[in-house]
Design a protein around this ligand. Structure first.
Ligand SMILES: [Zn+2]
Length: 73
């Protein structure tokens, strides 16, 4: 997959807004300050089988120089 495909894939599961990532399935939120912690989904969340570190995933997908354009930093 290309980087943009993976970013699209990421964005089908998570929403990023003002330094907070929200799971699109269970609506649980995690602030950027807590990015080192495991993301804890609600029981039965469809996204819980995917990664529990959305910030780390996102950082791996987005080149640091373009992070500002999607609302990081
Ligand atoms: Zn969830």
């Amino acid at each position: 997959m290309t980087m943009s495909d993976e970013l699209l894939n990421w964005s089908t599961r998570w929403r990023l807004s003002a330094g907070v990532i929200t799971c699109k399935s269970c609506q649980v939120r995690q602030e950027e300050l807590d990015q080192a912690l495991n993301f804890v989904h609600s029981p039965g969340c469809l996204n819980c089988r995917f990664g529990t570190t959305p910030w780390v995933e996102l950082a791996g997908l987005v080149p640091s120089k373009s992070a500002g354009s999607i609302g990081l930093k």
